[in-house]
Design a protein around this ligand. Sequence first.
Ligand code: TYD
Length: 206
Amino acid sequence: MSGLFITFEGIDGVGKSTQADLLEKYLVSLGNQVVRTLEPGGTDLGHDIRQLLLHRKGHVAPRAEALLYAADRAHHVATKIRPALAEGKVVISDRYLDSSVAYQGAGRALTEEDVRHISIWAAEGLLPKLTVLLDLDAASARARRNNTGQEPDRLEQEKIEFFEAARQAFLAMASAEPERFLVVDANQTVEQMQAQIRARVNTLLG
Ligand code: TYD
């Protein structure tokens, strides 16, 4: 039996974890075993890599940054995601390899093609069955983040143009792979968004 792998994507501040929480509750209520995880930081090793990526002071060379995300992903897939899928569980990850393509590829000095290539290599080719892309313009997403009162991490300090470029990269990936992606307008209410997500997930449940 093989499980179901679902990822949530979108720029910072669109409400991914709220939607992932609600989907997790729904799937558990239907009797599924659900593993809820995230990138970067879904494993013990990943937790340390996350600290380096988000909280270490000073410049990180773009290739080094891309490889750190890829290292986090490689360990995450090998030790947590694949074993859970092999046990027939549903895995819900807050971010996965599309985040690397969008952030390291579109926003920085590397090509999307190179970043996709190392990400897929790191993941040994594992792609989600469904990727929910929560779409919101970068200015609105930033306003929502500012409302949380949390200190911005290293990536959140990037300029609005960086996030807008990442958003456009996500949208382009969604148009290229419509069977994998569900694009949800994040200007809607939490309930409206969740209803669209559940409708799509229902089509995937056996
Ligand atoms: P996090 O606090 O988890 O952001 P969010 O709550 O919005 O998911 O921080 C993760 C940050 O790392 C976020 O700014 C996106 C970035 N990121 C990349 O740049 N590349 C990647 O491959 C991944 C997984 C995340």
